[in-house]
Design a protein around this ligand. Structure first.
Ligand code: C2E
Ligand code: MG
Ligand code: MG
Ligand code: MG
Length: 285
């Protein structure tokens, strides 16, 4: 019986592995044509300044609508794009689209905000990225301080190269944010050496801080750390009012999450601006 069940288990694991490989192959196959077939959409999620209740930026988040596979999460296809090198054209498209949209909103007369773009590790270590961004800013007419690059701790393993690369971006006038902070392995002693502007607390810590005292302690500590390092701190994944109130008590600078808005398509961004413009009027009255 033991032998029999052992064999079944092996078969089970094999079929699991085959399913994964099959999915991976399908994604790669269809991902190769996705850009030329216009299957990507960039969505935008507002970031709100808690003191003034104003929008100070949007994070751009890619979506893939595949006719063959349906909607595929970036958590699934970005790693495939990285492994295959497809991240280079995809990442360039994201930068172009994000800068173009932000400039468009500015020209429509909305308050000037930053557009944040997630970088993958391969992009970050690509020597041509700096020139690419420079060209995109020239082409779109967006000023560099309105583009923010999001990097993660895992991308800074090569500390000296990371510091040099970040310095060159900073000298260009770009903003830099450390994304998913707390989930990586970067040593705290290096954090103060990275020339970054913003620290984004990972949503896994922000989740339920009003009912989870461990998470609350972690978030409070990260906010204090950011303040001491003179970094602007952003809490990601804020979903309810109780969590928001606690973040206000902790003096968190900015928040981003479903409570304010899910990521929206470009066409809905003016509505979001309008919503917050209304808030401002009410507060002034
Ligand atoms: P991220 O950069 O940490 O982005 C935040 C993720 O949290 C987004 O998921 C967003 O939709 C989600 N989120 C925002 N507010 C809430 C909330 O209140 N509750 C919950 N549960 N989730 C919330 P998304 O869009 O699925 O992206 C997942 C990850 O994929 C991103 O994590 C980022 O690492 C990567 N990604 C997305 N777009 C790009 C891109 O253009 N380029 C690259 N290289 N990576 C991207
Ligand atoms: Mg991000
Ligand atoms: Mg994040
Ligand atoms: Mg993340």
């Amino acid at each position: 019986y033991a032998k029999e069940s052992g064999r079944n288990q092996v078969q089970y694991f094999n079929s699991q592995i085959y399913a994964k490989i099959e999915r991976r192959i399908k994604i790669e196959k269809h991902l190769r044509k996705a850009l030329e077939r216009n299957e990507f959409i960039l969505m935008y999620q507002p970031q709100v300044n808690l003191l003034e209740n104003q929008i100070i930026g949007f994070e751009s988040l890619i979506r893939w609508e595949s006719p063959e596979l349906g909607r595929v999460s970036p958590l699934e296809f970005i790693p495939v794009a990285e492994e295959t090198g497809l991240i280079f054209p995809i990442g360039k498209w994201v930068l172009q689209e994000a800068c173009r949209r932000n400039k468009m909103w500015q020209e429509l007369g909305f308050p000037k905000v930053t557009i944040a773009v997630n970088l993958s590790s391969k992009q970050f270590y690509d020597h041509s990225l700096k020139d690419q961004i420079h060209s995109i800013l020239l082409e779109t007419g967006l000023e560099p301080q309105y583009l923010e690059l999001e990097i993660t701790e895992s991308m800074t393993m090569d500390v000296q190269v990371a510091i040099a690369t970040l310095n060159s971006f900073r000298n260009m006038g770009l903003k830099i944010a450390m994304d998913d902070f707390g989930t990586g392995y970067s040593s705290l002693s290096y954090l103060k050496e990275f020339p970054i502007h913003n620290l984004k607390i990972d949503q896994s810590f922000v989740k339920d801080i009003s009912t989870n005292s461990t998470n609350a302690a972690i978030v409070n500590t990260i906010i204090t750390l950011a303040r001491n390092l003179k970094l602007v701190v952003i809490a990601e994944g804020v979903e309810n009012v109780n969590d928001l109130q606690l973040l206000q008590e902790f003096n968190c600078d900015r928040v981003q999450g479903y409570l304010y808005s899910r990521p929206v398509e470009a066409s809905q961004v003016p509505d979001i601006f309008a919503r917050f413009a209304g808030n401002q009027v009410n507060m002034d009255e």
